[in-house]
Ligand binder design. Structure first.
Ligand code: 5GP
Length: 115
């Protein structure tokens, strides 16, 4: 069993968060420190610390992250204008919360990927 982070409390609704979607497999909520007009984190409800910890058992939940992302971008009205999906892993990517998460960013021109 992996160590809980603040995200487990958000999943269980023990601390406030602006949850935009939740089901049995995933939870999506607005980032507390948005880097774009729309910045949503989509996470598996199961704790997976990083992409390095992903196993075949996680295929359904992680595939579902993309299904939910496709739903949310429609809800947010950015499916046509565009958006970026990012997953950070470990130090060089600046990962801060060790509960795997997909950043969904949009609502403005995001520029080139790496600056
Ligand atoms: P990382 O750098 O690990 O890829 O991203 C972690 C993200 O989680 C950051 O963008 C940070 O702003 C966000 N975050 C950290 N703590 C909280 C929190 O308590 N609530 C919400 N909504 N977002 C958080």
């Amino acid at each position: 069993m992996y160590q809980e982070t603040i995200f487990s409390k958000i999943i269980r609704r023990e601390i406030p968060a602006d949850i935009v979607y939740q089901d049995d497999l995933v939870t999506a909520f607005r980032d507390i420190s948005p880097q774009a007009p729309i910045h949503i984190l989509i996470i598996p409800n199961k704790i997976i610390p990083t992409v390095n910890h992903v196993t075949a058992e996680d295929e359904q939940a992680l595939g579902h992250l993309f299904v939910v992302a496709a739903k949310i971008v429609q809800q947010e009205g950015i499916d046509e204008s565009g958006y970026r999906l990012i997953m950070n892993c470990n130090k060089d990517a600046g990962q801060e919360v060790f509960h795997l998460h997909m950043h969904l960013l949009g609502g403005k021109n995001l520029g080139k990927l790496i600056s």
